[in-house]
Structure formats: C-alpha cells, structure tokens
Design a protein around this ligand. Structure first.
Ligand code: NAP
Length: 284
C-alpha cells in the first residue's frame, strides 16, 4: 500500500489563484519526496478551527499563510516564534513540529531582500519610500533595516499602522532615520533611491496611480509587491520615465524557497521552483 503523502499547503481566503502549489510541488518532485502542497481556502471565522483541529487531523506538516490571515494566525502558534514574526505580528510560514507544536516564521521580508540582491539592487545606505504599513510592509521594512538602509519613510492611509511600523523599526534599528508621512506628497519619493508599493492598490483593474508621475525619476528603483497583474499602474509609470522596476514575483519565489527550507531542512531548488512559478504564471 502507498504511504500517505506528507501534506503542506497555503491557508488564505481566497487562495484559488495562488501560484504557490506549482512551485512547491515541483520542489517536492525534484527531491522525490512523497509530499503534496494543497490550497486551503478558509474564511476568517473558521481559522481557529483550522489551526486547532484540521492541522492535526489532516497531519499537515507545514503551511504558508496569506491574506487575510497573517496577523490572526499568530494567535495560534504554540511552538517557537521568530523574533520579527512576534514583533511584526505577521506570520507567513508555519512548521508543524514532531510534538505537534506550531512554529512561526516570516519569509516575506527576507524573500524580498533576496530578490533585490539577486537583481543587483544595493540596499545599504539607501533611502527608501514605502507605501503601506500592513503585514507585508512591516516584514519588508524590518528586512530592509536589517540590510542597512539609511532612511525609511512610510505612508499608509491608516496613520496608526504607519506609526506602529515606524516604532518597530526604530526599536531595533535606532541608527535608521524613520519618518511617518502624513500624506503621499510628504513621503519624499523625489528624494528616495528605492520606492516600494506594499499596498494592494494596483491589483484591481482601474486602480489609481498612487504616486505623482512628476516625482518619478530614472535614478529610482521601483518595486511593487504585487505580481498579478505583472505590470501595475505604478510600474507602468515608472518604466515610462526610465526607472528600473520589479514586480513581486521574485519575492514570491524567494519567500517560498525559504519556507521550503524551514519545512524540509533541504536547500530549496531555486531554479526548479522559479521555472514552475513562471510556467504557472504563463498558464494563468
Ligand atoms: P495589508 O496587511 O492589507 O496592508 C496593506 C496596507 O496598505 C493597509 O494598511 C492598507 O490600509 C494600506 N492601504 C490601502 N490603500 C492605501 C492607499 N491608497 N495608500 C496608502 N495605504 C493604503 O496587506 P499585505 O498583506 O501587507 O499585502 C499588501 C500587498 O502586498 C498585497 O497586494 C499583497 O498581495 C502583496 N504581497 C506580495 C507578496 C509577494 O510575495 N510578492 C508578499 C506579501 C504581500 P487599509 O487596510 O486601511 O486599506
């Protein structure tokens, strides 16, 4: 009789358009592992039940966590919790330990900085303007701080959230100049080296361009965490003025590679996972 497969997956709501299964299943196949990655579409009111009952019942070994559960899922972690997960209150990777405890990591920020490094973008000493202060932005901000950026300015429609992000960065990286902008105009895009969009603005058709075109100049590197669509209004405008740009597909790849390593202890087959991801995107 065939042994049951080790189960991994993504929990979110909705999840049906996710590319993560293609990338992780390709990695399992690469190592000849008897494992499978599933998509678990779980509404917020069922999240606790999923974590407390379904994970042991289904013998799930590892999970990625996505919108809208990254914050709430922190409440159900019972094992060791990575320092920045705890402080940022955003988990995107859960490992089920042999005793059943759930350890939490966040690979979004390190995935983001790995992608920038791969693209040859220098972060140390640079000024960064950040749009958004949600879970993704908090992970990105602490990862950028860890890479030695000189200054960070952040704008979010929710000023309280921007202040929380700023206080976390200041607490651990006091040498970095951190500013909470009260408006988009005050974000200092014209003075920045790197502009990051960590809001969902740009995902839906007809979404506006958040930053005035006049503030974009070719010296700016513009990164949008959004990868679907591949070109957001921000990236389109930035390309038009000659900026180097990137969407968030590389971040998705590298956060997935790091999650794979936490779960399996094996080095992620990055090129295999990249190819599977690109194929999934091409077929979407
Ligand atoms: P989130 O927790 O909802 O945070 C988004 C933040 O942006 C919220 O605070 C939101 O405020 C704010 N916001 C919305 N509209 C804004 C505007 N016009 N100006 C300024 N701030 C605005 O979401 P998230 O999890 O951080 O994700 C953000 C984006 O990153 C999503 O598109 C997500 O798909 C993407 N992402 C990509 C990757 C990747 O691997 N590439 C990883 C993580 C996230 P309100 O809540 O008040 O609207």
């Amino acid at each position: 009789m065939n042994a049951p497969k080790d189960l991994y997956g993504l929990v979110g709501y909705p999840v049906k358009h996710s590319y993560s299964a293609a990338m992780h299943n390709a990695a399992f196949a690469h190592y000849g592992m008897n494992a499978e990655y599933h998509l678990f579409e779980v509404p917020p009111e069922k999240l606790e039940e999923f974590f407390r009952l379904r994970i042991p019942e289904l013998k799930i070994r590892g999970l990625n966590v996505t919108i809208p559960h990254k914050e709430k899922a922190c409440d159900y972690l019972t094992g060791s919790v990575n320092f920045f997960v705890h402080r940022n209150k955003a988990v995107n990777t859960v490992r089920v330990e042999s005793d059943g405890n759930l350890s939490g990591y966040n690979t979004d920020g390190p995935g983001f900085t790995r992608d920038l490094t791969e693209q040859g973008v220098v972060m140390a000493g640079r000024k960064v303007a950040l749009l958004g202060a949600g879970g993704g932005a908090r992970s990105v901000a602490t990862a950028l701080a860890n890479k030695g950026v000189a200054a960070l300015s952040v704008y979010d429609v929710d000023m309280v959230r921007a202040k929380v992000l700023a206080s976390i960065v200041k607490e651990f990286f006091p040498q970095i100049s951190v500013t909470c902008a009260s408006s988009l105009e005050a974000l200092g895009v014209g003075d920045a080296d790197i502009l990051v969009n960590a809001t969902p603005v740009g995902m839906k058709p007809g979404d506006p361009l958040l930053v005035s075109r006049d503030l974009l100049s070719p010296k700016l590197f513009v990164y949008d965490l959004i990868y679907n669509p591949a070109v957001t209004p921000l990236l389109e405008a930035a390309r038009a003025v000659g900026c180097k740009t990137s969407n968030g597909l590389g971040m998705l790849l590298h956060q997935g590679c790091l999650a794979f390593e936490y779960w399996t202890g094996k080095p992620a087959p990055v090129d295999v996972m990249r190819e599977a991801l690109l194929n999934a995107v091409a077929q979407a």
